[in-house]
Design a protein around this ligand. Structure first.
Ligand code: 5GP
Length: 178
């Protein structure tokens, strides 16, 4: 795999398509086991999680629903600002088992602000599945129940993740070259 150039930055190949596929399959296997007969609702956080959510959902063999929510908290290469719910939930979550799908948990701010809004509607349970987790960037306490890859606190793109709008359309994940 070659380096890629997005806007003014260069990114190195970091996690291959095969490694991602294997990990998504592992998470799906765990979810198939843990949510059998629970008819969970998956809530994918747009935009970044759309590819992870699609691949994961295709690997599920249990009854499951999916809905999408859009939050804004990230500009450029640093987490900033307040989490704003741009597109709300269009599904009744009272007494339902929820699995939040995130592309990446970085500082934890997004989920820290969003989860109380979900709990307000009294779901039966909430768990989090994140393809990527940067433990070193943690500022807010968030438990990630299903993690794909723990990665260092360095900016990554690809497989749904962008750098200022570009770079989402790669099958692999790339890391900022510094
Ligand atoms: P947090 O609120 O946990 O700090 O950040 C979560 C959101 O920030 C993610 O859903 C993602 O959109 C964005 N984010 C965090 N780290 C990265 C990164 O390394 N690359 C990209 N492209 N987005 C990131």
């Amino acid at each position: 795999m070659d380096t890629i150039r997005i806007h003014d930055k260069t990114f190195n190949p970091y996690i291959s398509e095969e490694a991602i596929r294997g990990k998504v399959h592992e998470i799906a296997t765990a979810l198939n086991r843990d949510y059998r007969d629970k008819n969970p609702i998956f809530i994918a956080i747009l935009n970044g999680a759309f590819i992870f959510a699609a691949d994961l959902f295709k690997s599920l063999s249990i009854d499951a629903e999916i809905s999408f929510i859009k939050l804004a908290s990230y500009k450029g290469m640093k987490s900033s600002g307040h989490v704003i719910s741009v597109i709300g939930l269009d599904i009744e979550i009272f007494n339902r088992h929820l699995v939040i799908l995130e592309d990446i948990v970085d500082t934890g701010k997004t989920l820290h602000e969003f989860l109380p809004q979900l709990w307000h509607n009294q779901p039966a349970s909430i768990r989090i599945a994140a393809l990527l987790h940067k433990p070193a960037a943690k500022e807010f306490q968030v438990n990630v129940d299903y993690t794909g890859f723990e990665i260092p606190d360095k900016f990554v793109v690809g497989y749904g993740l962008d750098y200022n709008g570009l770079g989402r359309n790669t099958a692999a994940i790339y890391q900022l070259f510094e």
